[in-house]
Design a protein around this ligand. Structure first.
Ligand SMILES: NC(=O)c1ccc[n+]([C@@H]2O[C@H](COP(=O)([O-])OP(=O)(O)OC[C@H]3O[C@@H](n4cnc5c(N)ncnc54)[C@H](OP(=O)(O)O)[C@@H]3O)[C@@H](O)[C@H]2O)c1
Length: 288
């Protein structure tokens, strides 16, 4: 039993994961580039997450690059059987830390093998294709060619499940004609609700929606309404932001990121927080 069980579980691929997980991006150095100042502290966050019951970790080999995957392997390998590590591919980092597309068959294939090696895995449980048509948000356009390459790597047995990230509803539907889409990872939080309809349509299909920037990302959410509700509930604003996501829809899996054990502990305590209807109405106004 874990306190996280208060938020329940949801099917991701063919595994049940607790709905409060952990996003590893904040463990890399500043700007998600290079190593962290204190690698031992980063490993301690990962171990604390598992001790608290987290069994869903989101990562990528382009965090660092390679840094978060290496930290995960150092801290947690051999992995507990119930741990689901989700990675993402289709981007690479420039020498200046910029985020660039990496879409050729060679780059996609290399990315899968790099993830396997750095995470010390024989097969990747879930790989998200991260669209880079526009690095900042979903943009329409065909993803068929790179997705066909990933489907081939899945058929080779290197990947169990494929998901999508930074995509439009149309791209999700197009991909579903090629393979079962295991999850969708787009930006979504209390203040950024452009995917409301997609969250609901995926819920109707039993597909997890995994919001990135659940706390607002590099500039965590700030709002008087959020602070007011947090005060009223005796919780912190970040806990309210997470509890709101968990209450938003049963298919929503939260992966808040942090580099600190104190913030991790605070965030995971949101599993037991219930937001009453009146406070939900106040929070609904934040999205504007
Ligand atoms: N698919 C994509 O394109 C994509 C893009 C971005 C992220 N992601 C994934 O989504 C995960 C979550 O996103 P994220 O980590 O970027 O953003 P996030 O979870 O929304 O927020 C992380 C930020 O909030 C701070 N924070 C965390 N807990 C806090 C607390 N209790 N009180 C105050 N501040 C707190 C963190 O700083 P501290 O370190 O100081 O706690 C960090 O600055 C990532 O880790 C990554 O795995 C995916």
């Amino acid at each position: 039993m874990s306190k996280l069980d208060a938020a329940g579980t949801y099917r991701l691929g063919d595994r049940d994961v607790r709905r409060l997980g952990y996003g590893a991006m904040q463990l890399a150095g500043s700007g998600v580039f290079g190593p962290p100042r204190d690698p031992a502290a980063a490993r301690a966050v990962l171990r604390a997450a598992l001790e608290a019951g987290v069994n869903h970790i989101d990562t990528s080999d382009f965090y660092g690059p390679h840094v978060t995957n290496q930290l995960i392997a150092e801290a947690l390998h051999p992995y507990p059987v119930d741990l689901v590590i989700v990675t993402k591919i289709a981007a690479r980092r420039g020498a200046d830390g910029s985020w660039l597309p990496a879409l050729s068959p060679e780059e996609l294939t290399r990315a899968v093998h790099d993830n396997l090696r750095h995470l010390k895995l024989d097969v990747l449980e879930v790989v998200n294709f991260r669209s880079m048509l526009d690095v900042h948000g979903p943009a329409e356009g065909s993803l068929e060619a790179p997705l066909a390459v990933l489907a081939g790597l899945q058929q080779q047995g290197l990947i169990r499940h494929l998901g999508l990230s930074n995509v439009t509803a149309r791209q999700v539907a197009d991909a579903q004609r090629m393979f079962p889409v295991a999850c969708v990872q787009n930006q979504y939080n209390l203040a950024h609700r452009g995917d409301d309809a997609l969250v609901d349509s995926l819920a109707a299909q039993g597909i997890p929606y995994v919001p990135f920037f659940p706390l607002g990302g590099f500039s965590p959410l700030q709002s008087d309404a959020l602070e007011g509700v947090a005060r009223q509930l005796g919780a912190t604003p970040m806990q309210v932001a997470l509890a709101w996501l968990l209450q938003r829809s049963p298919n929503l899996l939260a992966i808040p990121g942090t580099s600190s054990v104190a913030h991790l502990t605070e965030n995971l305590a949101a599993a037991g927080l219930v937001i009453p209807a009146g406070a939900l109405a106040v929070l609904d106004q934040i999205a504007g």
